[in-house]
Design a protein around this ligand. Structure first.
Ligand code: JAB
Length: 260
């Protein structure tokens, strides 16, 4: 998989050199490239923003700078000809890339989204700052046949898209074959197959500062342990995420029970 990240703060993405994602890059499982958007700015101050049309506070990121940057990074032809409005035919089939734009006004990013994105050959992140990116940028690339997904991590506002890009890259990269040492560990995670939150986990010592680990986990009885874990996961889901509990598919739950 190739991932490109366009940002005015490339150093924000430095954590992607570390840990699992860093190892995946070194192993050639992930080709991740970070680009400084100011490279495509045209004036000596390398300006990337301007005042909002219609007035209002803050600044908006300029479409011309984003257009030059995305044309180059996405490997698309010159999309700048006059009259190439949203109704023209895409100039060619983009190379299987999906453009992701982190924004509080985007669709909710979930584990299902991460699973879908892990199957996309190329991702590109447009990390906005200020009040956001001129809306015509997303419109323009949709018109050129690029899938553009505006994503939100949650109902809160960050200062820019970089932190969200870090989160999405990690959530997606860890699903790529070979990145996580034991693929089994991906199965019983929160928001996994049955849509349940993960059960509580324990390790040695069996008693720690007077707190005993659940006895069943020391029993060696795998069926009982599996049942205990499932029950705790269901309990947690109902207590902490009634929204997820309400959406649980009884058939999946039954199947899960039968497999225990
Ligand atoms: N909630 C998200 S993803 C966001 C991006 C920028 N600000 O908030």
């Amino acid at each position: 998989m190739r991932i490109d990240v366009l940002t005015i703060f490339p150093e924000y993405l430095a954590p992607l050199d570390l840990s699992l994602v860093g190892k995946a890059r070194t192993a050639g499982l992930l080709d991740l490239r970070v680009h400084d958007l100011r490279r495509w700015a045209t004036d000596r101050h390398r300006t990337v923003d301007d005042t909002p049309l219609g007035g209002g506070a803050g600044m908006v990121m300029r479409p011309d700078v984003w257009g030059e940057a995305l044309d180059e990074v996405l490997g698309l032809g010159d999309g700048g000809e006059p009259g190439r409005g949203p109704d023209h035919e895409p100039d060619h089939e983009p190379s299987g890339v999906e453009l992701l734009v982190p924004t509080p006004s985007g669709e909710r990013f979930t584990q299902r989204t991460a699973e879908r994105l892990a199957g996309v050959p190329r991702l590109a992140f447009a990390c906005g700052r200020y009040e956001g990116i001129d809306a015509r940028v997303a419109e323009h690339y949709r018109g050129r046949g690029v899938r553009v997904t505006e994503l939100s991590l949650g109902d809160y506002v960050l200062n820019g898209g970089e932190v969200a890009a870090l989160v999405v890259v990690e959530a997606v990269a860890r699903l790529l074959p070979g990145v996580v040492g034991n693929p089994e560990s991906l199965v019983e995670e929160s928001h996994g197959v049955a849509g349940l939150l993960e059960y509580p986990v324990y390790t040695r010592p069996p008693v720690w500062r007077g707190h005993e680990a659940p006895e069943v986990l020391l029993s060696g009885h795998h069926a009982r342990i599996a049942r205990w874990r499932r029950d705790r996961a269901l309990e947690r889901t109902v207590q902490r995420r009634p929204d997820l509990a309400a959406a649980l598919d009884p058939a999946t739950l039954d199947r899960h029970d039968r497999e225990i």
